[in-house]
Design a protein around this ligand. Sequence first.
Ligand SMILES: [Zn+2]
Length: 106
Amino acid sequence: MVIFNNDMFEDIAKVTKELWPEMPWPCIRWSDAKFLGGFDGQFFGSEKPLIYISTSLSIKSAVIVLSHELAHAVTYHLGRDYEAHGPKWQDYYDKINKRYNEVASD
Ligand SMILES: [Zn+2]
């Protein structure tokens, strides 16, 4: 295991878990699929969500995609009928990034 002391992925995960500790934590995988990333609320038919992130992205872009997809996970957890990129999703995305920026600047 490699441990970075400024791991941006870990920081995004940490702040999301702090904000919504009750949310079932998704399985997060790298993928060589054509999409930049994706979210699937039912991973192999279970209730466990899946997030995948493209291996073709830069690290900085992958961090942005991770926060984007985690906002989908929160939206799915809190209200499955919410619009995919609607006001609720935007609010969760903004909360994740606001808190991440506070933590990252420490
Ligand atoms: Zn999206």
